[in-house]
Design a binder for this molecule. Structure first.
Ligand code: NAD
Length: 304
């Protein structure tokens, strides 16, 4: 078997058309759509992510604002920046880039976000709604994973409900921003879900879990962690990892694509898999947030 390469760029291009239409409709209705980002310090991965956000926003015509804080910023500094953007009526979505400076508690910063502007669903209210299966916003990377899977199912003529109900989905990595939201979305699909983290590797049990997967979602941030021995023949493998190999330099995923290509049924490449879809999904959430803010303002004005 030679795995089908799932073309994330093509899927992103189609999604981009949908989001462009949603944006056009919002702008026509006079709803301001703008994404604001905050970063602290000069982490190279978050700088690269910022460039991607700027590029995608420019392609779609989403307004942008960015605030850079010093690497010495305190939690109070970051919270103050968040509150300023909460108040700014021109801003519909806010994204706080990680990592934050050492000593700055992420949970404190995320709790300061206006939940309606929290386009990555990191505020406790939004994270809770996602966990309960009633998300206000679906975090962009996890959303992209399932959008890619759904697109592949559609392209191969499979019934999604039937596929997911029978699927054993294994998610490697359980960060708050990728692994856990992916698990919540897999629950919502009625799949049989297993979540593993680095302890599976430490205990030399990673393969014992991953070889059960019909769908293997990998978000560990470890270059080429998943090798042929970790993959069941015929599995669908979604590689979320983006790892910069400085010596070459090049970007590799968490999956050794060359090794699994003869075992898997379908696989996403890196680059060109989940990443491009993630970027567009963030813009979709920003448009949705703009709509939510407008609805809330209308409700408030009716109530007063
Ligand atoms: P993180 O460091 O916050 O979390 C990593 C998770 O993987 C943790 O739960 C950890 O326990 C687990 N893990 C680490 N080593 C492991 C191992 N050897 N075996 C099993 N589990 C292991 O990272 P993150 O923010 O979740 O990101 C994960 C990867 O996804 C990174 O490469 C990141 O760059 C990438 N990413 C990609 C996109 C995209 O759009 N494609 C978006 C966000 C993050």
């Amino acid at each position: 078997m030679t795995a089908q390469l799932i073309d994330g760029r093509k899927i992103a291009a189609r999604l981009c058309e949908d989001v462009a239409a949603e944006l056009h409709a919002a702008v026509t209705d006079g709803v301001p759509v703008a994404l604001a980002t905050i970063s602290a310090g000069a982490d190279s991965a978050s700088q690269a992510y910022l460039r991607r956000i700027d590029r995608t926003a420019a392609v779609l015509g989403v307004s942008r604002q960015h605030k850079t804080l010093a690497g010495s910023a305190t939690a109070a500094d970051v919270v103050a920046a968040v509150r300023e953007l909460n108040k700014d009526s021109a801003v519909s979505g806010i994204l706080v880039l990680r990592p934050l400076p050492r000593g700055v508690d992420e949970a404190t910063v995320f709790a300061a976000l206006d939940p309606r502007k929290d386009v990555e669903a990191v505020h406790p209210e939004n994270a809770g709604m996602l966990a309960l299966g009633a998300p206000r916003y679906i975090p962009s990377t996890a959303a992209a994973v399932f959008h890619v899977l759904d697109s592949w199912l559609d392209a191969t003529g499979q019934d999604p409900a039937r596929f997911y109900r029978r699927a054993r989905i294994v998610v490697v990595g359980r960060s708050n921003n990728v692994g856990k939201p992916a698990v919540s979305l897999a629950f919502a699909k009625q799949a049989a879900v297993t979540s593993v983290d680095e302890w599976a590797s430490v205990d030399n049990q990673l393969g014992a879990y991953t070889r059960r997967a019909d769908v293997l979602i990998v978000a560990a941030g470890v270059p080429e962690l998943i090798r042929a021995e970790h993959v069941r023949a015929g599995a669908v493998v979604i590689d979320v990892g983006i790892n910069v190999i400085e010596s070459t330099p090049r970007i590799v995923g968490d999956v050794a694509l060359d090794e699994i290509v003869d075992r898997a049924r379908a696989v996403t490449p890196v680059p060109g898999g989940v990443g491009p879809v993630t970027d567009i999904w963030l813009m979709r959430n920003t448009v949705l947030a703009a709509r939510n803010l407008r609805l809330a303002a209308e409700r408030e004005s009716r109530a007063s």
